[in-house]
Design a protein around this ligand. Structure first.
Ligand code: NAD
Length: 498
C-alpha cells in the first residue's frame, strides 16, 4: 500500500518513522493509503531547510514574490479538477464542494498577490528637528500552520499564501486524515518558482506538532482545529515565545424572526446545516426560531427539504457525501443518542440511513431535533455532523443571548425583513462573524476571518489585512542626518514638547 511521506527542501521525501496513520476511502469504508507520522528529528530537519531558505527569500523584492503567487494561482486553477477529486476521495465531501474548498483558498492567494502594497510601511517627514520616522513590516522567519481535516486546500492556502508572500518560509502540518492535497499544493508552489525550502509539508501527529511548538527557530504558528487543541497550541506556543493564533470549534446559530421569508430561510438552513455532512466550522447546527408560530412554520418548510436530500458517493450527483471516518460517525451518532436521552424530540432521524451498495461507507442521514434546551450537553458541545437542533426563543433579546452566552463564538446569522432588528442583532451579539439573511457568513479574502471566545485564541484574524499583520512584524526607524551644535548637544532629560 502507498505510504505518503513529506515535502521538504523542494521535493517529496519518504518518511523514516515506523509510525503510520490510515487514510480512508469514506465512501467504501476501506483504507485507501497511509501516511508516515514524522519523528521529532524529521520535523527539525524540515525546520532547518526552511530556516536556510529564509534570508534569500526575505530579500526577494515583494513584486517578485507576488509574481510567484500569480503563477501559483495559475497552476492551481489548471490543476483544480484533479485537486478537487483528490480532496473529495480522502475527505468525503462532494466533488463540487471540494472545488469550493480549492476556490476559497485561491481567493486568499489572489489577495496575497497584492503584497507589495499590503506590506508597505509608514513614513513621517519632520517628526522632530531634522528627524524623519519610518516603519516597515518585515517577515518573521520560519512560520508554521497546523491545519484540520475539513478544509485541506482552503485553510493551508489561507495561511501560507500571505505568510510566504510577505517573505516568510513555511511548514504546513496538515491533518493526518487527508494530507494529499497539501502535499500537491507544495509541489505546485515549487513549480510556480518559490525556492526550495520556502514551503514544506511535514505529516504527523502530536509529536510533530510539539516539535514545531518548542523549536525556537519557528517564530509564528497559526492553528485551526478543535478548541481544546487550539487552547493547548496557544498556551504552549506563546510559552515558547512565539506569535500564535489558534482557531477552534464552533456551534453556529441561525436566528429566524417571524417576519423572515420562511421558504428562503429553510432552503438556506438545509444547505448550511447539512452541506459537507455538517463538517464545517461555519455550518449552522442550531436554529433559533423566535416564537412557537415561527418554529412550526419553519419546521413545515424544513421537513420536505430534508427528506429530499440526496446522500451518496461523493463523485456522484448528490447533496451530501459520507463523514470522514467511522470513528467520527460513531461520535456523531453518540451525540444524537445523548440528545434523545436529554429529552429532545427527533423530528427527522438520520442515524440508520445508509446508502445501498456502500454499506461499509461512513454515511449518515440528516437529523432534525426539536425542544433543545441551553442546559443540554448536546447543545453545549460541537457535534460536527449532519444534525440540526432547534432551540425555541420567545423574544429577539433571548435569541441574541443564546449565541452570546454559548462557549463558542465563530459565526451566527439572522433571517428577518427588519433592518432595525438585524442592526441590533449585529451590534449586540458576542460572535465574531455575523450573517444577515446570509447563512454561512465566511468573509471574503480581503476582509478577515475569525471567531470569538473558544472559537479563537489570540489577537489577529486570518487573511485580509489582519493576516498580513500576523505574518509580519513592525520595525520603526527614527533617523537624523544633519545636526548643528545645538541639535548635537548631549541630552540628559527626555525631550518634552515645547
Ligand atoms: P483536530 O483538532 O482534531 O486537528 C487539527 C490539527 O491538530 C491536525 O493537524 C491534528 O493532527 C492536530 N492535532 C490533533 N490532536 C493533537 C494533539 N493532541 N496535539 C497536537 N496536535 C494535535 O481538528 P479536526 O478534527 O481536524 O478538525 C475539525 C475541528 O476544526 C472542528 O472542531 C472544527 O470546528 C474546527 N475548525 C475550526 C475552524 C475555524 O476557523 N474556527 C475552521 C475549520 C475547522
Amino acid at each position: 500500500m502507498e505510504t505518503l511521506g513529506h515535502f521538504v527542501g523542494g521535493k517529496q521525501v519518504e518518511g523514516r518513522s515506523n509510525r503510520t496513520h490510515d487514510i480512508y476511502d469514506p465512501v467504501r469504508g476501506t483504507v485507501r493509503r497511509q501516511v508516515s507520522l514524522a519523528t521529532a528529528e524529521e520535523v527539525r530537519e524540515a525546520i532547518g531547510r526552511a530556516q536556510d531558505a529564509f534570508p534569500a527569500w526575505a530579500a526577494v523584492n515583494p513584486q517578485r514574490r507576488a509574481r510567484v503567487m500569480f503563477e501559483f494561482k495559475r497552476l492551481v486553477e489548471k490543476d483544480k479538477d484533479r485537486l478537487a477529486k483528490l480532496l473529495s476521495e480522502e475527505h468525503g465531501k462532494t466533488v463540487p464542494d471540494a472545488m469550493g474548498d480549492v476556490q476559497r483558498g485561491l481567493e486568499v492567494i489572489e489577495f496575497s498577490c497584492g503584497i507589495p502594497h499590503l506590506q508597505k510601511g509608514e513614513y513621517t517627514e519632520g517628526a522632530g528637528p531634522d528627524i524623519d520616522v519610518y516603519s516597515m513590516r518585515q517577515p518573521l522567519g520560519v512560520c508554521a500552520g497546523i491545519t484540520p481535516f475539513n478544509f485541506p486546500a482552503m485553510i493551508p492556502m489561507w495561511m501560507f499564501g500571505p505568510a510566504i508572500a510577505a517573505g516568510n518560509t513555511f511548514i504546513n502540518k496538515p491533518s493526518e486524515r487527508d494530507p494529499s492535497v497539501p502535499l500537491r499544493l507544495a509541489e505546485l508552489m515549487m513549480e510556480a518558482g518559490a525556492p526550495e525550502g520556502v514551503l514544506n509539508v511535514v505529516n504527523g501527529d502530536k509529536e510533530a506538532v510539539d516539535t514545531i511548538l518548542e523549536d525556537p527557530r519557528v517564530k509564528a504558528v497559526s492553528f485551526v482545529g478543535s478548541s481544546d487543541i487550539a487552547q493547548y497550541i496557544y498556551a504552549t506556543g506563546t510559552a515558547h515565545n512565539k506569535r500564535v493564533q489558534a482557531f477552534g470549534g464552533a456551534k453556529n446559530h441561525m436566528v429566524v424572526l417571524p417576519d423572515a421569508d420562511m421558504e428562503n430561510a429553510a432552503s438556506q438552513l438545509v444547505g448550511s446545516a447539512y452541506g459537507s455532512a455538517g463538517e464545517r466550522c461555519m455550518a449552522t447546527p442550531v436554529v433559533v426560531p423566535v416564537g412557537d408560530g415561527t418554529a412550526e412554520r419553519l419546521i413545515e418548510a424544513l421537513k420536505p427539504k430534508i427528506e429530499a436530500l440526496r446522500i451518496g458517493p461523493s463523485d456522484q450527483d448528490v447533496d451530501i457525501g459520507p463523514l470522514v471516518t467511522k470513528e467520527h460517525k460513531e461520535r456523531v451518532r453518540g451525540w444524537i443518542d445523548r440528545a434523545v436521552e436529554e429529552g429532545q424530540e427527533v423530528l427527522v432521524d438520520g442515524r440508520d440511513q445508509g446508502v445501498e451498495g456502500y454499506e461499509d461507507g461512513f454515511f449518515m442521514g440528516a437529523t432534525l431535533l426539536d425542544k433543545v434546551k441551553p442546559e443540554h450537553e448536546s447543545y453545549k458541545q460541537e457535534i460536527f455532523g449532519p444534525v440540526l437542533q432547534i432551540v425555541r426563543a420567545d423574544t429577539l433579546e433571548e435569541a441574541i443571548r443564546l449565541p452570546s452566552e454559548h462557549q463558542y463564538g465563530n459565526g451566527v446569522a439572522i433571517f428577518t425583513a427588519s433592518g432595525s432588528a438585524a442592526r441590533k442583532f449585529a451590534q449586540e451579539v458576542e460572535v465574531g462573524m455575523v450573517g444577515v439573511n446570509v447563512p454561512i457568513p465566511v468573509p471574503v479574502a480581503y476582509h478577515s476571518f475569525g471567531g470569538w471566545k473558544r472559537s479563537g485564541f489570540g489577537d489577529t484574524n486570518q487573511h485580509g489585512p489582519e493576516g498580513v499583520r500576523f505574518w509580519t512584524k513592525v520595525k520603526t526607524v527614527t533617523q537624523r542626518w544633519d545636526w548643528d551644535e545645538e541639535l548635537g548637544a548631549s541630552e540628559f532629560v527626555i525631550p518634552t514638547m515645547k
